[in-house]
Write a protein that binds this ligand. Structure first.
Ligand SMILES: [Zn+2]
Length: 437
């Protein structure tokens, strides 16, 4: 039996969000890590171009795709006296992850999911509710999967389809009050570049919401703070036949550094929830030179600094014992926990909570053990928490989404527009302009 939708509005929106989603996921928009230009891959421009066309058909005449692959569009507000100062942003990303095949996606709709194991036609891929706790709650939902040999692309085409669908609904329902909505679809989020060329001044929104989360009801206003570290050890390379007393092997030194790092604690595989880590993830080494890449993560800035110092100290302790070896450590900031920027503008998260409640759901507040476009946008001055999409098992061929939950996300966006026209939010927003940093 088909499960009920969260609301009649969600039920109304479901067919449109489904048809958009099926259209968008068929375009290969996988991003590439070694990017030479923005966007990193041309497929993202294909999807961007299609979205511009559809936005204009919906009446968002200023919709535009810029040279860097950013789609920007405006749905004008319709509440007198509010539209000039109040614009709210909605953001999703065009690209899909480089970590699973992203070309030739053929989505499958599983109507009224029976709660059992789903066998996909290709690649022997199985979705087993025993291994996927979130699937256990979805009996009766209409589910979407790939055919088993590609990712689905719900990350983040679910978010794209939901914003598109909500904007189209609001445009055709002028009786529903709304602030001015600024829409952005960003390229290359999966390779950490979605915010890089985002023009916040031109976007001109007071705050924004990424639609890029997962389980129904989720609202995320905290992410990791993040460093990347590159350690380089130069040894002394000599022909092994003449190495006696001369060779200093960088491979051995780096191996000792890695072995000296904590692994029972402070590792991604041994931590959870609010615990941070040091994660060595790439190593290249010869006897002459060894290079290690590691990421450092924590929700707390002071703890993040402590982890960085621990990594530095550990490397120095090992390498300094060999005066002929040289150690170089570069530590680069990647992004910061958005929580510290959202604290100062509580109305932003409160409005999202009110919208989720208006859809009959209880907001689930979870910190993200990672970053989003919103981590960097919040730091750049655009407070941007993250709202659920209804998609799961991202970056894998087992990726799936619930159409019921995607419809709930779309309805939540429609309700978010209304929430921002309520006097308490519209006026609070004027008083709490985010501090420029
Ligand atoms: Zn995403």
């Amino acid at each position: 039996m088909t499960a009920p939708y969260t609301s009649p509005l969600a039920q109304d929106l479901a067919p449109d969000v489904l048809s958009r989603f099926e259209r968008y996921v068929r375009i290969d928009t996988q991003s590439r890590r070694d990017r030479e230009r923005s966007p990193s891959t041309p497929g993202q421009l294909d999807l961007g171009g299609l979205l511009v066309k559809e936005l204009r058909q919906t009446g968002l005449d200023d919709a535009d795709l810029d040279d860097n692959g950013y789609v920007i569009a405006t749905l004008q507000g319709n509440v007198e006296g509010q539209t000039d100062h109040l614009a709210i942003g909605l953001i999703a990303h065009l690209d899909t992850s480089p970590d699973a095949p992203g070309a030739g996606v053929e989505p499958i709709v599983h109507r009224s999911y029976d709660g059992g194991v789903i066998e996909l036609p290709r690649g022997g891929t199985r979705l087993d509710p025993a291994a996927m706790p979130e699937l256990q709650d979805k009996a009766g939902h209409d589910l979407l999967t790939s055919s088993g040999d590609t990712l689905l692309g719900a990350d983040d085409k679910a978010g794209v389809a939901e914003i598109m669908s909500a904007a189209a609904y609001l445009a055709s329902h002028p009786d529903l009050p709304r602030p001015t909505l600024r829409i952005a679809f960003t390229p290359d989020e999966e390779i950490g570049e979605g915010a890089t060329l985002f023009d916040i001044a031109r976007f001109g929104a007071l705050c924004a919401y990424t639609i890029d989360g997962s389980e129904r009801g989720e609202l995320q206003d905290e992410t990791f703070s993040a460093y990347e570290a590159v350690l380089t050890i130069d040894g002394v390379d000599v022909h092994p036949g003449q190495a006696t007393g001369k060779m200093v092997n960088a491979v051995r030194l780096m191996a000792r550094v890695i072995a000296a790092l904590p692994s029972d604690t402070l590792a991604p595989e041994t931590t959870a929830e609010r615990e941070g880590f040091i994660h060595p993830y790439e190593l290249s080494a010869t006897a002459g030179r060894a290079q290690l890449r590691a990421i450092i993560r924590d929700f707390d800035e002071e703890l993040l600094e402590q982890h960085a110092r621990l990594l530095q100290r550990t490397a120095h302790d090992v390498v300094d014992s060999e005066p002929r070896a040289r150690l170089d450590i570069e530590i680069r900031r990647q992004y910061r926990n958005m929580g510290q920027y959202l604290e100062g503008v509580p109305g932003v998260v409160e409005a999202a909570e009110a919208a989720i409640r208006a859809e009959g759901l209880e907001p689930i507040r979870t910190p993200i053990r990672g970053g989003t476009d919103g981590s960097r946008l919040s730091e750049m001055g655009l407070p941007t928490p993250n709202i659920f999409t209804g998609g799961h098992e991202y970056h894998s061929v087992r990726e799936w989404a619930s159409l019921h939950d995607m419809a709930a996300a779309t309805a939540t966006i429609v309700r978010l527009a209304e929430v921002w026209t309520r006097p308490e939010h519209a006026s609070a927003s004027k008083m709490r302009q985010p501090a420029s940093r």
